[in-house]
Design a protein. Structure first.
Ligand code: TXA
Ligand code: MG
Length: 327
């Protein structure tokens, strides 16, 4: 069901043209968008998110042809990945074209671009015609928003225009591949796996490490819920939850099975497949926050390649906790 009318899109485009912010759905998570060619509009994103201004943002465009407005020396690998995965949940880091502002790239010589597939994002980008700079629509360091209601919880009246395109399909942020330096590098795992990228490129992909371009999404402490979070194997999970409960803590559990051998405040069950798990992950973290729990114990998913993106987000969420609180 389409929740968005033509006049909603017209209104959003007018806001973008006048330098305002529009939150919009993508297939991964909601984005907080501004005209990527307008420095003061992009500055508003940073102010609204509370994000440091040297962190680069992704430029969203309607189709691969438009990437030439933002990037130069586009390698064959980019064409291959674009043909295979766009529109879709993949971001490419490329050498930036002349004229692309430091306010978009965080002062780097590269730019991140993505062609999202969500029909509302597509309509917005087509009608706007230019690039829309958009980080995930959440306050800096917090979990991404996967529904319009989550965006409103994050920003309230500070973001007037929120296009409601329903719950985001994928539920976690796009896979980021850096093609700016010769060898392809995976900067952020996502729904499109490293193996799928390697298959399309017929080439190995390097995992990000020292010397990779700065990517704040790569900070250990990122994507943190407000509730302190700990990861545990299934049997330890039950022990940990029980002992926290005995200390009088209000415990939430995020498990892979509904078998409920103890009685925490909330027992959330996540789908036991990686796509289903990712789709519900951020909503589950928000639910634990809203229930006012003071500890969230998460059953560690399998440590296999299909779960890499989910495990990445969970370990960052746990690291975010460790930085602030003891569980
Ligand atoms: O799925 C997504 O990618 C969502 C939707 C809205 O498209 N966007 C998103 O944006 O997750 P954000 O800003 O939350 O994360 C973008 C990541 C950041 O970690 C940023 O550092 C990295 O992309 N990035 C952006 N430009 C870059 C560049 N030139 N080089 C390296 N990393 C870059
Ligand atoms: Mg983000």
């Amino acid at each position: 069901m389409l929740l968005i009318s033509d006049s909603d899109i017209d209104n959003a485009v007018a806001i973008l043209r006048s330098g305002g912010l529009v939150a919009f759905p993508t297939e991964t998570v909601y984005g907080l968008g501004a005209d990527a060619a307008n420095p003061s509009a992009v500055r508003k994103i940073y102010e609204t998110k509370g994000r440091p201004s040297d962190h680069p943002v992704i430029v969203h465009v309607a189709d691969a042809v438009q990437v030439a407005n933002w990037a130069r020396d586009i390698p064959d690998a980019a064409h291959r990945l674009a043909r295979r995965f766009w529109p879709g949940p993949l971001t490419l880091v490329l050498q930036r074209a002349r004229g692309v502002g430091d306010f978009v790239t965080g002062g780097q010589d590269t730019v991140a671009v993505r062609v999202p597939s969500h029909p509302v994002a597509q309509q917005l980008l087509r009608r706007f015609g230019g690039g829309v700079a958009a980080p995930s629509a959440n306050r800096f360091g917090r979990v991404s928003a996967t529904t319009a209601a989550h965006v409103r919880q994050e920003f309230g009246a500070a973001v007037e225009c929120v296009l409601d395109g329903g719950a985001a399909d994928v539920g976690i942020e796009s896979t980021i591949v850096d093609l700016s330096g010769g060898k392809p590098r995976l900067l952020r795992p996502g729904w499109i796996t490293a193996a799928a990228i390697e298959e399309a490129l017929e080439e190995r992909v390097i995992a990000a490490g020292a010397g990779a371009p700065r990517a704040p999404g790569m900070l250990a402490a990122h994507y943190a819920p407000l509730t302190p979070l700990a990861l545990a194997e299934r049997d330890l999970l039950l022990e940990l939850a029980a002992s926290l409960g005995r200390q009088g803590r209000k415990v939430a559990v995020l498990a892979l099975s509904s078998a409920r051998p103890l009685d925490p405040v909330i027992w959330l069950v996540a789908p036991a497949d990686p796509a289903g798990y990712a789709h519900t992950l951020y909503a589950n973290l928000r639910e634990a926050d809203e229930a006012g729990c003071d500890a969230l114990v998460v059953e560690r998913p399998p440590q296999t390649p299909e779960w890499a993106a989910v495990n990445d987000r969970l370990s960052r969420a746990a690291a975010g906790t460790a930085a602030q609180d003891e569980i």
